[in-house]
Design a protein. Structure first.
Length: 69
């Protein structure tokens, strides 16, 4: 289980930064990271679950999704 994103994965590009964890599941907060959309790191993520942490919807819409780190 990776929390937020797999250790060693660049959140913006999806690339492994040296050695990276290959997770079976990733619990990420609020929404997908930009790097989750790139096929480069898809095999590191496993099944992705978005966990809401109380960020108001208006802020999510204003700042867009996916998030850049």
């Amino acid at each position: 289980l990776a929390v937020d994103l797999p250790s060693g994965m660049d959140a913006d590009s999806g690339r492994a930064l040296g050695h990276a964890v290959r997770a079976d599941r990733t619990a990420t907060f609020v929404g997908w990271k930009a790097g989750f959309l790139d096929e480069t790191g898809r095999d590191l993520l496993g099944r992705i679950e978005v966990v809401e942490i109380g960020i108001p919807e208006v802020l999510k819409q204003r700042h867009g999704r996916p998030a850049r780190a």
